[in-house]
Write a protein that binds this ligand. Structure first.
Ligand code: ADP
Ligand code: ZN
Ligand code: ZN
Length: 743
């Protein structure tokens, strides 16, 4: 008797191993080829069933054959993922130290995770069943005759027929006479779109810098090359993208475009649609499962010319990928902060490398990691230093807040300036990165503050919703009537959030409508779209928001941009805080004075002498970023060193800290065994900067080295020992490779 085939199946669970299953004996031999990469439904635990993916097969198993359960169904008839994507996900699983089953889980659209077929929804088609004689006989019933002539050529969907004037009642009548029949089949899509490619005539003459950048990419666009397009806001980066797409699309190759947030920047999609008469499909979280699966299928079969999506679109399986563009490459949303903690930019570069295709990263404010690679010559560095068209760069200045009377954080100077801009019928943007009415509620008698009982943080006061809200654990509390310390009823809102500023603005500028854009009032995507339209039509004159408003919007009538309060970021212990502030400042400045109107940017601070602010005001991001790189080098921080962060959290602080101490010992042992102790730095465990969050104490252990591969190898060697520690089951722990957030 032949030995049964044993499949190692990756399951969507956070365990670093696969599970063995037997294939049912009744499968025909032709069903047993190319098993790896096919989905299976398997029993798991008691009566549970799970969808997993076959990772490898063998005819020997360490386990007793009788004890190995059988696969319930083999879902796919061929591997679900193409080889390049499969290899990439395997690489990511190793590099990010994340279980392969869960990596697959994240990479697949939800419908596929649930076991749905990787096909389009079948559509209703009509087929002819009549003879020529029948057709002639219907000649007097004009519509029916017309329908039969159409269907005689080829079967068509009800939708296609409707466009040609054939109604449902005509189809029903013909069906009753048995002249046509209804079938369900997969819709057909044009795979040869590139033949019909036409570019819209409506495009600007390129600037010299744009032309140079475009030529540089187009001359080397058939192999791996990573380009950094460093271009100030308004310099026409999108125009560059559009021009480098054309030759790729003409070759019949597909393009993948990754953006931080589609819901927030519908303009970018519209610009691609306006330029090319090609099928463009989107992938982002606001789409339903069916739409996401459709995009997946279009990418895979090649009927999508362009795929535009957010972070996870980087996992699209694309038949003939020719180019990746990643816009706003510095954006923090590209890093997934939980579970599979990948960075879409780094994954994209790896993907381009493995598939030997070009990739273009674009930003006005490149991440220091990216900039470092470009300055070292690993990436081709392309520059756009001038604004395109007639737009002029804004002027920026500081307002020293020291000793000034403030109204909800607004200085008299800023209020006056706003008045001047508004009177000229221009729009004004105010940035305040704090939502709610005020960040704390305080006792006016004794200074007691309302603190979250589960976090090392204060509750934010939300006046309109009338509750206190912890922005870290999402718990809420009714507004207390009295101070818990002294019993006073005088509780006052301390500090300014967007909600309060909005109120003040309405009193200060009653004739200029204010719109507030933050997470509290844009939960629905439709409302955000509506706001954007209203802003463009000039319905609002004062735009107030958190950094949501800084992301790539074009508001041509905005001439004044003000940052209300940036001092928090100046004295933050996160070494990336200054980089983030510089990026925010520069991105925000880019919103001012886009069209013909010159813009003005104002920054309010108590520390006008601060070196970072002076540098930003006087020399801008280019200078800042180069200097910041020198500082990072001196301080031995990324990008000159690589990092991985082990985190552990638990209701019991000692358990969390202990676990990391044991991890540290294991890591030291591994380093010793491989003689790399001098090349690896272990820091910690130390408490996280917010030590307690949602009731758990949080600790972290930092692993650092100038050699990326050493971090990967060391963690890989140590991780099994971590999982075997009994303590590992008592705490929540994770590994974050290339962490960007140390909160
Ligand atoms: P970025 O993405 O760099 O901020 P965009 O590509 O959005 O810049 O371009 C900013 C504005 O300039 C847009 O309105 C765009 O249509 C316009 N623009 C781009 N390139 C040119 C050009 N060569 N001539 C005139 N206008 C241009
Ligand atoms: Zn009190
Ligand atoms: Zn909390």
């Amino acid at each position: 008797m032949p030995k049964p085939i044993i499949c190692q199946v990756a399951l969507p669970i956070p365990l670093r191993r696969s599970f063995d299953y037997q294939l049912p004996a009744h499968l025909a031999p032709e069903q047993l080829t190319s098993l790896v990469g096919r989905r299976v439904c398997v029993p798991f635990g008691g009566k549970k069933q799970m969808i997993g993916v076959i990772c490898s097969t063998t005819q020997d198993s360490d386990f007793d054959l009788k004890k190995i359960k059988s696969v319930i169904t083999l879902i796919d008839t061929q591997p679900l993922l193409s080889t390049p994507l499969w290899d990439l996900l395997q690489w990511a699983s190793v590099y990010y130290q994340h279980p392969f089953g869960d990596v697959l889980q994240q990479a697949l659209p939800s419908a596929l995770r649930k076991g749905k077929e990787a096909t389009f929804k079948a559509q209703e088609y009509w087929e002819i069943t009549s003879t020529d004689a029948d057709i002639i006989e219907t000649k007097r019933a004009k519509k029916q005759y017309q329908a039969l002539l159409l269907l005689q050529k080829k079967s068509q969907s009800a939708a296609q027929l409707k466009v040609q004037g054939i109604s449902r009642s005509t189809l029903n009548a013909l069906q009753l006479k048995n002249l046509i029949t209804r079938i369900e089949k997969q819709p057909e899509f044009d795979l040869n779109w590139s033949k019909n490619l036409q570019e819209s005539e409506d495009k600007p003459n390129l600037t010299a810098e744009q032309a140079i950048a475009i030529t540089a990419v187009n001359q080397q666009n058939t192999q791996f090359n990573c380009f950094l397009l460093e271009g100030i806001t308004g310099s026409g980066k999108t125009e560059v993208y559009l021009n480098i797409l054309t030759p790729i699309l003409k070759m019949g190759k597909q393009v993948l475009i990754i953006v931080p947030e589609i819901g927030l920047t519908p303009q970018i999609v519209q610009r691609f649609q306006a330029r090319f008469n090609l099928p463009i499909y989107l992938k982002h979280s606001a789409l339903n499962a069916r739409q996401q699966l459709d995009t997946w299928c279009h990418a895979k079969q090649g009927s999508a010319a362009i795929i535009i999506g957010t972070r996870s679109a980087i996992f699209s399986d694309i038949k003939n990928l020719g180019l990746i563009i990643l816009d706003e490459e510095h954006d923090a949303s590209f890093k997934q902060q939980e579970g599979f903690r990948y960075h879409a930019r780094d994954f994209a570069i790896k993907r381009a490398h493995m598939q030997n295709i070009p990739i273009v990263l674009g930003s006005a404010t490149p991440a220091l990691e990216t900039l470092h690679n470009a300055l070292q010559g690993k990436f081709h560095h392309l520059h756009l230093t001038q604004r395109a068209g007639s737009a002029k760069p804004p002027v920026s200045s500081l307002i020293n807040l020291a000793g000034l009377p403030l109204q909800s954080g607004l200085s008299p100077q800023l209020i006056e300036l706003m008045g001047q801009h508004l009177q000229k019928d221009n729009q004004v943007i105010l940035f305040l990165n704090r939502r709610g009415f005020s960040p704390v509620l305080m006792c006016h008698e004794c200074g007691w503050l309302v603190k979250c009982t589960r976090c090392d943080a204060f509750y934010t006061y939300h006046k309109k919703a009338n509750y206190l809200h912890c922005h870290h654990c999402a718990s809420t509390l009714p507004i207390p009537k009295q101070c818990h310390d002294c019993g006073s009823t005088q509780l006052i809102a301390n500090g300014v959030g967007t909600e309060q500023l909005e109120q003040t603005l309405q009193t200060l500028f009653p004739s200029y409508p204010v719109i507030r854009i933050d997470r509290d009032n844009t939960r629905k995507k439709e409302s955000f779209d509506q706001y954007l339209t209203d802003i463009h039509q000039g319905k609002y004159k004062i735009l107030l928001g958190t950094q949501m408003l800084a992301k790539g919007h074009h508001f041509p009538n905005v001439t004044l941009v003000a940052l209300i309060d940036v001092d928090g970021a100046l004295f933050c212990n996160d070494f990336r805080a200054s980089e983030r502030l510089a990026q925010l400042f520069t991105q925000v400045s880019g919103r001012a004075g886009r069209a013909e109107k010159k813009g003005q940017v104002v920054l309010q601070t108590h520390h006008p002498e601060h070196a970072l602010l002076q540098e930003l005001i006087n020399s801008g991001y280019t200078q800042f970023s180069r200097n910041a790189l020198c500082e990072r080098k001196l301080a031995q921080l990324p990008p000159y060193q690589y990092q991985a962060l082990l985190r552990a959290e638990c209701e019991n602080a000692t358990l969390a800290e202990n676990f990391l101490n044991l991890c540290r010992q294991i890591l030291m042992q591994v380093c010793n065994e491989h003689n790399i102790t001098d090349k690896m730095l272990l820091l910690g465990p130390i408490p996280a900067s917010m030590e307690r969050r949602a009731g758990r104490y949080r600790f972290q252990l930092l692993v650092q080295s100038a050699y990326r591969a050493l971090i990967t190898q060391t963690l890989q060697r140590a991780i099994e020992a971590f999982t075997k520690l009994p303590e590992s089951r008592k705490v929540r722990w994770s590994i974050d490779v290339d962490p960007i957030d140390f909160m």
